[in-house]
Structure formats: structure tokens, C-alpha cells
Design a binder for this molecule. Structure first.
Ligand SMILES: Cc1ncc(COP(=O)(O)O)c(C=O)c1O
Length: 405
């Protein structure tokens, strides 16, 4: 009997991350455009739906209407997206000096950029001074001392590590006491003292990524305790909004906190804005039967490493039909046993060259891609509602050894 084509087939890897319910469907117009793109461009490539990004931004604005929104560029740093966010009135959260510079290149003013991250070298601080000093989130006491010495007068936040266990993969739980991020509450006084000569705007809390509603509420309660003795003009509540988070509840709690201290509210969403808008298009070039049955794809860990890195779950949408169905593992082209994007997926049997879309790949997909095994980083396209725009061309193979004498 013929099984219906699912709108998206979910799979769970060996250590499933907690699942939340949210829509994984693509907009019909975008899906149609994907078929057209598949006729024009070789796979693998990333494709993003601008309309979906705009919808997510509106949703976020609805629930964080008083907040200053810093887009976390690390989720997807393509200039074509950053410029649009800038034009839409967003600011930018940069997690490295490279991202600071990229933000300036995209037209952000230094006062619109918040520079985050556990390491800021003296050389980077000097270069930032000549380019225009962004605002800085201080991640440690040592960093506070260094910035105070090399860039006095800078506007800074102090990043707090509230030592809070959260519902996410350990790699993503940055606000836990064991992580290398932020300043523990008991060290805050010392960090403030080390920030002499800097303009301390406020505290910064980023608990991790792919969080759940309850994580935010607990984090805000802890921050509330810390803020009682401090009167600072800004509260930055970071990013980490999992796709199933109750934005209304979190937004309400965030506003309540900022109003209590008459502080400006900042947030730093990345994934929420771009994840569902992006797909990775790949084709199947063979079915291989060992003790398991594999579809051999032209995209794998060098294009999308999230499943291998932290067990991320991506729905998979077959863009072909067949009357025969089977259970497959989806393997990439690398000579690595771990290069498996999905396991135990029930799919229609593909013919050679049939295409699949790996969904929810718009965040930390291309951004984390690599050239492992001399595989070029994929082309990236944006559907603007009327046509495809190239956000980044695929690398030529020669570019991969350009820097080698
Ligand atoms: C400090 C900081 N802010 C914001 C983000 C964005 O997180 P997300 O994409 O989960 O919203 C990150 C992600 O690592 C981060 O480290």
C-alpha cells in the first residue's frame, strides 16, 4: 500500500534532545521555488526563505516590544542577511573580532554592536580601537582588567554565569557553573572593581541555546536576586530561544524584570530568527546495504555538523515520490563513520539524483560548515518572495588551497 508523503519526517539520533512541538512545514511558495532552484544549481546548497525570517522577527517583536534586539550573527552571518536586519532596525551581537568587523562591513555602527566571547586578545582590542570600539560583554575578571587597561572608557556589560542547569545538550548549556563562560555571582563584586574606568551598562545573561520556557523563567529569577543591589541602565537577557519556547510567557517575564529596575531590555536571538527559514538541499547518489541501509548523500558533516556535534535533530523532507518505502540512515560523503545526518528514517525509495531537504538548517548550518576533505562550502541562496538571490557563492576547489605556498 502506498504511504502518504509526510510534510516532514522526524528522526531521532542515539541521544535525542528534548523535542518540542512546532511547525516544520515549508511555505508552499518556497517549496515550489526550491524545485526551481534544484533545476538551476548543483547540490548541496543552502536555501533560505526571507518571508519566514520576517515572520519570526514580527513574532519576536510582538512579545519583546520594548526590547533592543541584537541579532546573534553566529547563527547565520551572511552579509545579505545582516544588512537586512540592520535595515530592519536590529543591532548585532558578535561573538568574535571577525564578526565585529563583518558587522561594520555590513553597515552597523560600533554603538550597535555588542562584542561577546571568552577571549579578546590585546591585538584585537587595539584593532577594534582603530575601527571604532563596539560595546563589550566582559566574560571574566581577567578580561575586565585587560579592557580597562587597553580600552578605558569602553561601554561594557558583565556576563553572569548563574550556575543554572538547563534543558539542553551539555555543549549548549553555557550558564552552568562548569562552563567556561561568564562570571559566577560570588565573583561579581571583584569583576565590578576590575572594571574601574569602564562604563558598566549592565549585566548580561545567556544561559545557552535551544532552551525551554522554564529555563528562562528560572534564569530571570536568579538575575533578579543579583540586580537587587545594583542599579544599572541595561539588562541583557541573551538568546537561546528554542523553537518551541512560549515567547509570550518569556517576554512578559523579561519585561517585568526590566521594568522593575527601570532598565533597558536587550535580547540576542540567533536561531529563532533564521533556523526554520533555512534548508539544506542534497541529492541521493546511491543506496548502500551493509548491516544497515544507507542513502548516500552529497551533503554531510562538512556542510551540516549539528547532528554529529551535539545530536541535533533536523526534520527531513523528501522532494520525490515512490510507491516503495523503506527505513534508511542518511550518510554524507566523508570517510568518517560519524558522518550520518539521520538514522532510522522511513522514506520513499529514491532514484539516483533524487533530492531531499534537510529542514531547520538556517541557523548554525552554513555558519559551522568546514572544508574538511577539500569539500567546498555550499552555495547559499535567499528566496526574497520573487526570485533567488545568491548570499554566498560556492567555493571553487582552487580556493581551498589558495593560502598554501
Ligand atoms: C552570548 C550569546 N548570545 C546569543 C546567542 C544566540 O543563541 P541562539 O542562537 O540560541 O538564540 C549565543 C549563542 O551561542 C550566545 O553565545
Amino acid at each position: 500500500m502506498r504511504e502518504p508523503i509526510p510534510s516532514a519526517v522526524r528522526y531521532w539520533v542515539a541521544t535525542p534532545m528534548s523535542m518540542t512541538s512546532f511547525s516544520t512545514s515549508l511555505r508552499p511558495e518556497f517549496k515550489e521555488a526550491l524545485h526551481e532552484a534544484l533545476e538551476r544549481y548543483p547540490t548541496p546548497f543552502y536555501a533560505y526563505d526571507l518571508i519566514r525570517i520576517q515572520e519570526q522577527l514580527s513574532r519576536l517583536r510582538e512579545h519583546f516590544n520594548e526590547a533592543r534586539i541584537f541579532y546573534a550573527a553566529k547563527a547565520n552571518p551572511r552579509l545579505g542577511l545582516l544588512r537586512r536586519f540592520r535595515d530592519g532596525g536590529l543591532d548585532l551581537e558578535a561573538a568574535s573580532f571577525g564578526e565585529v568587523w563583518r558587522a561594520y562591513h555590513a553597515g552597523f555602527h560600533p554603538r550597535q554592536v555588542l562584542w561577546n566571547g571568552p577571549v579578546k586578545t590585546p591585538e584585537q582590542l587595539q584593532r577594534a580601537k582603530t575601527l571604532g570600539m563596539p560595546m563589550i560583554s566582559l566574560d571574566s575578571i581577567a578580561q575586565a582588567q585587560r579592557v580597562a587597561e587597553l580600552a578605558p572608557g569602553s561601554q561594557v556589560l558583565l556576563r553572569v554565569n548563574p550556575d543554572l542547569p538547563v534543558h539542553t545538550h551539555p555543549h549548549l548549556a553555557t550558564g552552568q557553573g562548569e562552563s567556561q563562560f561568564g562570571i559566577l555571582p560570588q565573583d561579581l563584586e571583584e569583576a565590578l572593581a576590575a572594571s574601574q574606568g569602564l562604563e558598566v551598562l549592565g549585566l548580561h545573561l545567556h544561559l545557552g541555546s535551544l532552551l525551554e520556557t522554564e529555563d528562562f523563567l528560572q534564569g530571570y529569577a536568579l538575575l533578579d536576586e543579583l540586580l537587587k543591589d545594583l542599579h544599572l541602565p541595561v539588562i541583557d537577557l541573551g538568546g537561546g530561544f528554542g523553537l518551541g519556547v512560549d515567547l509570550a510567557a518569556v517576554g512578559e517575564a523579561a519585561h517585568a524584570l526590566s521594568r522593575r529596575y527601570a532598565a533597558e531590555l536587550w535580547i540576542e536571538p540567533g536561531r529563532l530568527l533564521v533556523a526554520q527559514a533555512g534548508v539544506l538541499l542534497t541529492r541521493c547518489w546511491g543506496i548502500k546495504r551493509t548491516r544497515r541501509t544507507y542513502l548516500l548523500l552529497d551533503a554531510g558533516m562538512s556542510a551540516l555538523i549539528r547532528p554529529m556535534l551535539y545530536g541535533a535533530v533536523h526534520p527531513v523532507l523528501p522532494l520525490y515520490t515512490s510507491s516503495t518505502w523503506e527505513t534508511y540512515d542518511l550518510a554524507g560523503p566523508s570517510c568518517e563513520r560519524g558522518d550520518v545526518i539521520a538514522r532510522d528514517l522511513r522514506l520513499p525509495q529514491p532514484k539516483e539524483g533524487d533530492a531531499l531537504a534537510i529542514l531547520e538548517a538556517g541557523a548554525y548550518g552554513s555558519a559551522m560548515s568546514s572544508n574538511y576533505l577539500d569539500q567546498p562550502r555550499p552555495l547559499e541562496l535567499l528566496w526574497n518572495g520573487a526570485s533567488w538571490e545568491v548570499l554566498r557563492f560556492s567555493q571553487g576547489l582552487e580556493a581551498l588551497w589558495e593560502q598554501e605556498p
